[in-house]
Design a binder for this molecule. Structure first.
Ligand SMILES: Nc1ncnc2c1ncn2[C@@H]1O[C@H](COP(=O)(O)OP(=O)(O)OP(=O)(O)O)[C@@H](O)[C@H]1O
Length: 233
């Protein structure tokens, strides 16, 4: 579904990505991990057309995304839950979801606000609350719900559990597991490797702008010390 090969990118003249390669198959959950500042968010920005790819190839469902605007990339079916959530503070929960609604590729069973409330019953209780009055966990659920309302073929979650209480984090993991059960392809950027072993099909380590390691959950378990070395300062 998504094939990223030898991607390089950066900000102005400052190169951040030197060699990023990874793949996501249909229905897979793939995790990008690495210490802060290693280039994970920059990778996502380059995929989404928010930063130009300098070199390398990004192929999504058989088409090249390189050089496409962010709006066109979104129309192709990439849905981003950005770091920091970025929900609309002056719109209610319901409005935040409704403004995002789109089914451009004609998915047979599209997301509706009602289905989002089934996924996150806590959001339904806050249906009329403005975005800025929600807790961090509620904002994160709303950010995920909003991305789902665009019916993305591939959902990208950038640090979705950052700064959340463990009990709320668990709700986000459960949600990812449920989405996987529905066949949703997902890229997760996160540091909580142990919890991700249950939900991810494959892992990649990003270090200094390069994908330096990849493996399935069994390999992560077998190379525990090596992975810890990549993730701790
Ligand atoms: N707008 C920007 N302009 C210049 N440099 C930037 C910009 N945003 C990020 N960087 C730099 O790019 C590098 C990679 O940052 P990035 O946010 O991709 O890392 P990350 O792996 O996602 O880590 P984090 O978990 O901290 O978000 C860092 O050195 C950072 O300082």
């Amino acid at each position: 579904m998504l094939k990223v090969q030898n991607l390089t990118s950066g900000y102005d003249r400052s190169q951040i990505l030197f060699d990023i390669s990874f793949e996501v198959g249909a229905g897979e959950v793939v995790c990008l991990m690495g210490r802060n500042g290693m280039g994970k968010t920059t990778t996502v920005r380059a995929l989404m057309g928010l930063l130009p790819a300098w070199d390398g190839a990004v192929e999504f469902e058989g088409r090249q995304l390189n050089g496409m605007s962010a709006a066109r990339v979104a129309k192709r079916g990439l849905g981003l839950v950005p770091e920091g959530r970025q929900i609309f503070p002056n719109l209610t929960v319901h409005e935040n979801l409704r403004v995002a609604a789109a089914n451009r590729r004609g998915q047979p069973d599209p997301w509706t606000v009602e289905r989002i409330y089934e996924l996150f019953p806590g959001l339904h209780e806050r249906i009329g609350s403005h975005g800025n009055l929600l807790s961090g966990g509620e904002q994160q659920m709303l950010a995920i719900g909003r991305a789902l309302m665009t019916n993305p073929s591939l959902l990208i979650l950038d640090e979705a559990t950052e700064g959340l209480a463990p009990v709320i984090r668990d709700q986000i993991w459960d949600c990812i597991a449920r989405l996987r059960g529905l066949g949703q392809s997902i890229v997760v950027i996160d540091k909580h490797v142990k919890r991700l072993l249950d939900v991810a099909d494959r892992f990649y380590v990003v270090e200094k702008g390069r994908t330096v390691w990849s493996g399935d959950p069994d390999r992560v378990r077998a190379e525990d010390d090596r992975i810890k070395g990549y993730l701790t300062v």
